[in-house]
Write a protein that binds this ligand. Structure first.
Ligand code: SF4
Ligand code: SF4
Length: 413
């Protein structure tokens, strides 16, 4: 696709980068068939190709209107289209630039601005989010049903391993996850302990930056990234005595941001090399488990209680950003769980970070479709790998929704 940049974008590196990404698109339209928002709305402007055209128009005319902003807002950033695209269009990176350029052109109404600011401020600060969550959990019993549905129940904290191993890995505590589903990292610590690995959380590290970055507050998102790098660097500096082997992410949404640090900070001379090292060291917990001897984790002998039927929801970020679509089913099948047949595995559950709050109607429809496709009548639990999906599915599921590492943790050792 050829783009002639408008004069206002001459010497703009984001516009030049967007032009480069756009040039790969041959407008074949294959991506439409797997785009959840296109399937929902049947409107070309809510498809990857339609949004690509809207960004092209902006780059060529130097202006955009509210309609363009709405169609870009409605994108889930699920990157399903990247997996489908035969020409390798890097749609996710293009969208981030497009959203930022549109934000500079189109003034949002004040209530929308406040809503987005509140979301960014609360969600990206783990301590603040924790206070909000605890308050919601306290008042849960007297709140209306539809609000109760959105507030996750308090988890009983697991006992943590006390042994110190020579092998160490860092873990991202995360913002929402550390408050809403703390047992995910608890279970990861216990499972890795059985493999002879200590999982360490550095308290100065915070939000991965995704919330700010994807809500068009890119400067704040980059600051979140720099602050995490500063927190981790003493533990991953190759010149330190025994650097940690990996930075483990137990939420694939955060992991997909961490692997992008190197690219996003490539132009910052003070952080480029360090960011690249973070991205190289970042691994989703499923990659760690698949690389170890799983036999050390559990018995698979006769006489064990049945493992139960599991419906797997692989998050979009694990499928399309980290390119690990089969990792969770492979691990659970090796561990002896029976996997329920599911359909439309590539489709988003409607969580998509803050999407369920900013686009509740579409999000709800996607959730209903996903729960149907997961065939939950046949399962005793849904297993997933990202806190956003876990909370979203949990609002309506009739069976518990858990991180798959918790299921592994509960197996008899
Ligand atoms: S599939 Fe790829 S090349 Fe084809 S229209 Fe979609 S983004 Fe463009
Ligand atoms: S990222 Fe997802 S919602 Fe957005 S255009 Fe691609 S497939 Fe559609």
């Amino acid at each position: 696709m050829y783009v002639k940049l408008h004069s206002s974008y001459h010497n703009s590196s984001p516009a030049e980068a967007a032009k480069e990404y756009l040039s790969a698109c041959v407008h074949c339209g294959f991506c439409l068939a797997t785009c959840p928002t296109y399937l929902d709305a049947q409107d070309e402007r809510d498809s990857p190709r339609g949004r690509i055209y809207l960004i092209k128009q902006l780059l060529e005319t130097g202006s955009a209107g509210q309609a363009t902003q709405s169609h870009l807002d409605r994108c889930l950033s699920c990157r399903n289209c990247e997996t489908t695209c035969p020409s390798g269009v890097e749609y996710g990176s293009l969208l981030d630039i497009g959203r930022d350029l549109v934000e500079q052109q189109v003034n949002r109404p004040l209530p929308a601005k406040i809503k987005r600011w509140l979301l960014r401020t609360i969600v990206s600060r783990p301590a603040l989010f924790g206070i909000f969550l605890k308050t919601g959990q306290f008042f849960r019993p007297i709140l209306p049903g539809f609000v109760q549905q959105k507030i996750p129940r308090k988890q009983k904290r697991l006992e943590q391993p006390s042994s110190q191993h020579a092998r160490t890995m860092l873990v991202l505590a995360g913002c929402v996850q550390s408050a809403a589903t703390p047992n995910t990292n608890g279970a990861a610590r216990r499972v890795l302990d059985r493999l002879g690995i200590s999982l360490i959380s550095i308290k100065e590290a915070g939000c991965c930056g995704a919330v700010n970055y994807h809500l068009s507050a890119q400067k704040d998102g980059l600051d979140n990234m720099r602050s995490n790098i500063d927190a981790w660097w003493p533990y991953i500096n190759p010149e330190s005595g025994r650097p940690a082997e990996a930075i483990v992410s137990t939420a694939s949404g955060c992991g997909s941001m961490l692997v992008d640090y190197g690219r996003l900070l490539a132009h910052d001379p003070a952080y480029a090399d360090k960011a690249k090292r973070v991205s190289e060291l970042c691994k989703d917990i499923c990659e760690i488990i698949l690389a170890e001897d799983m036999q050390l984790l559990f018995r698979n002998g006769k006489g064990d209680p049945p493992r139960g039927k599991v419906a797997v929801h692989t998050p979009c970020t694990l499928q399309h950003a980290l390119k690990l679509p089969e990792a969770i089913p492979t691990i659970l099948a090796r561990a002896g769980f029976e996997l329920v047949d599911t359909t439309e595995k590539h489709l988003c559950c409607g969580s998509a970070g803050s999407y369920s709050i900013l686009q509740p109607d579409i999000s709800e429809r996607l959730l209903d479709n996903k729960l149907q496709a997961l065939n939950i009548d046949q399962a005793s639990v849904i297993a997933t790998g990202n806190v956003g999906c876990q909370l979203q599915l949990g609002t309506k599921s009739i069976v518990p929704v858990r991180h798959w590492i918790e299921l592994l943790d509960e197996l008899p050792a």
